[in-house]
Design a protein around this ligand. Structure first.
Ligand code: CUK
Ligand code: CUA
Ligand code: CA
Length: 639
């Protein structure tokens, strides 16, 4: 075999036939092989079996030219701010959906349509997305929307999956850094739940910087998924990290790593235990319906207080102590457990959801009585995912492994039975954060694919200077044994991804003329008496000039238009092509103006014509053999 045949192996200096991990340190590979060997009855790789395994891996992920992937994958673009659409298992990138970033190709952040979605928050040019999630009905993906958080500017965005464009964005009031984001699964996604991560003083106006003060807190946020408006907020003790919801629609849960309300690392690690906070959604709704709510810092969102008073629980929350500084919170796809991942502790804590009614009813002396197992998995457990066959897969950040373990057996072991719940440990490359199995956060978890999002790629790819790509690895989990089948380099930094069956996502091939995405632009045209599908006209309105034109490959409806220096020019283009894939663009040279106009779409962009002279505009999407000739001129007369 050649080295590049070896999927887990070396591309350069390592001796032939040895994995690089083996080359770097025999201990790592030995322990992994041993872990594998114990679980799998002694698989020891030879040079020949590596080659065979690599060949088998290639055959599994190979999607031939013209063939389609089985799954859509939606990847968070991390602090790059976008959402990326991949095909799985090929791991080919299909599309990028700009959300919290500015995108030159589509004009996101530049066009009037996108600026309306961005609203006031459009002044920020950065974002940091972590958690993409698809709306559900009866615990299954309904393919309508994808929601994603922006930690950097405390926002939540919604993407319409029929057009794969962001159509709503909301800045969550009076919290800092929206991190954990999850959706109501049952009966349908009525609420988007979003965690405000950092504790801040209220009002945050500089009157105090004291986090121990009782007016310093953060909030758990519920957003109306359809309206994309705030539904309610819940004040909590400590801070909030990750979240999830159950399959009954009653309970949501979140991890807290800063129960100390500390300012720094040392302080945040002081307590031996932090907690999982569980929210009783019907109790919160009932209080709000009965008018028993407050307002925070002058905002109109109804707020209830979920903090303990003198050690006494509120009706809205329960705090379940878990080992210090937990991270991921995952609901098992069988609906039985909330699983809090230990991070600093080698364990995960399994909370029995069917004990939460009794917990809220005050039937337990110790809230930890809802914990039915705390299996020890390895170093640095961050996130857990499920195969629908009773197994869970947890990333071990420090060990650079994914551990497959059995949930029932972990519960039995906690009761004292002698059973080895660990099924397999697989090396991943390296330092994994999230992992995600196909359909895992729905009731249809199908146990086929596992994506592991590794924070470090080190030597897995051709070097790219000091900044390395991340490494999203694809693992086949359809059999007894996990098998690594693909390395996928990714740019900064997908925290999380989700997979949906391709039949669950239904997209439009061309725009509908009455699409709400550009309805406000259509309304302005209507006021100007313009028929967007036929008219090519310039409307002058004082210093404001509105230029309307059509586009049809390979020409614009207007070859030229004239304005005066200093005019505010709005160019509105309607692509009257009906043919799938014939997108046009509009770029005004030297004006920072660029946008996409796909078939039957209307797009508009506004700029100041501040330079007298002749300025060419051109089509930026290659639409026709005569695409280069799809041009026009803006004549700017001297003021
Ligand atoms: S967090 Cu990034 S690895 Cu934001 Cu879901 Cu755990
Ligand atoms: Cu139109 Cu290129
Ligand atoms: Ca802590």
């Amino acid at each position: 075999m050649s080295d590049k045949d070896n999927n887990q192996g070396p591309q350069d200096e390592a001796p032939k036939g040895l994995s690089r991990r083996g080359f770097l340190g025999t201990s790592a590979v030995a322990s992994a092989a041993l872990a594998g060997a114990t679980a799998l009855g002694g698989t020891v790789f030879t040079r020949e079996s590596w080659a065979a395994a690599a060949k088998e891996a290639r055959s599994k992920i190979h999607v031939a030219p013209g063939e389609l992937d089985e799954y859509y994958g939606f990847w968070s673009g991390g602090h790059q701010g976008e959402v990326r659409v991949l095909g799985v298992p090929s791991m080919r990138e299909l599309m990028r959906i700009p959300v919290f970033n500015v995108d030159s190709a589509t004009g996101w952040g530049l066009t009037n349509e996108s600026k309306r979605v961005l609203g006031d928050s459009g002044k920020y040019l950065n974002g940091d997305c972590h958690h993409p999630h698809i709306s559900m009905t009866d615990g299954k993906y309904d393919g309508k929307y994808l929601f994603i958080n922006d930690k950097a500017n405390s926002r939540v965005a919604r993407i319409r999956l029929d057009i794969m464009k962001c159509d709503k964005m909301l800045t969550v009031p009076n919290v800092q850094a929206i991190h954990g984001l999850r959706l109501q699964k049952v009966p349908y996604t009525k609420y988007v739940f979003a965690n405000g991560e950092f504790v801040i003083p209220h009002p945050n106006d500089g009157h105090s910087f004291d986090l121990q003060d009782k007016n310093s807190f953060t909030m758990f946020n519920a957003i109306d998924a359809e309206k994309m408006e705030m539904a309610f907020q819940v004040i909590v003790d400590g801070n909030l990290d990750n979240a999830d919801m159950d399959y009954s629609g009653r309970y949501a849960a979140a991890t807290c790593y800063n129960s100390e309300k500390a300012y720094d690392l040392g302080g945040m690690m002081r307590n031996e235990r932090d907690w999982v906070v569980v929210f009783n959604i019907p109790a919160i709704e009932a209080a709000i319906k009965a008018g028993k709510f407050i307002h925070v810092d002058g905002d109109k969102t109804p707020v209830v207080d979920g903090r303990k008073v003198d050690g006494k629980d509120s009706p809205f929350t329960r705090y379940i102590p878990v080992p210090k500084n937990p991270h991921g919170l995952n609901t098992s796809s069988d609906g039985k457990y909330f699983i809090a991942n230990g991070k600093l502790s080698p364990t995960v804590s399994m909370i029995a959801i069917d004990r939460l009614d009794d917990l809220f009813a005050g039937k337990f002396k110790d809230p930890r009585e809802v914990i039915v197992a705390e299996p020890e998995l390895g170093l640095g457990p961050l996130h857990t995912t499920f195969d629908g066959r009773g197994n869970a897969y947890t990333t071990l950040f420090i060990d650079s492994q994914v551990v497959k373990w059995n949930m029932d057996e972990a519960v039995r072991a906690y009761k004292g039975e002698k059973v080895n719940y660990i099924k397999q440990k697989l090396d991943v490359h390296y330092q994994p954060g999230h992992n995600h199995a196909s359909l895992t956060e729905t009731s249809e978890a199908d146990g086929k694919w596992l994506v592991v999002l590794c924070k470090f790629s080190k030597d897995r790819f051709l070097p790219t200077g000091p900044l390395h790509p991340e490494n999203d690895q694809l693992i086949d989990i359809s059999g007894e044994e996990m098998k690594l089948v693909h390395d996928g380099p990714a740019f900064a930094e997908p925290h999380d991804c989700i997979l949906a069956r391709r039949d669950q996502i239904k997209t439009q091939k061309i725009w509908k003329r009455d699409d709400p995405f550009f309805a406000a632009t259509v309304a302005i045209a209507k006021k100007d008496g313009i028929n967007l599908e036929t008219d090519n006209k310039v409307i002058r309105d004082g210093k404001k000039v509105r230029v309307y034109m059509t586009s049809m490959a390979p020409s614009y409806g207007l070859n030229e238009f004239t304005v005066k220096q200093g005019d505010e020019v709005t160019v509105t283009i309607t692509n009257i092509d009906q043919i799938e894939d014939v997108s046009h663009g509009f770029v005004m040279t030297n004006h920072g103006v660029s946008m996409e106009i796909s078939p039957q779409q209307t797009s508009s962009i506004t700029f100041i014509a501040d330079k007298p002279g002749l300025h060419w505009y051109y089509c930026s999407w290659f639409c026709h053999a005569l695409h280069m000739e799809m041009v026009g001129r803006m004549k700017v007369e001297r003021a």
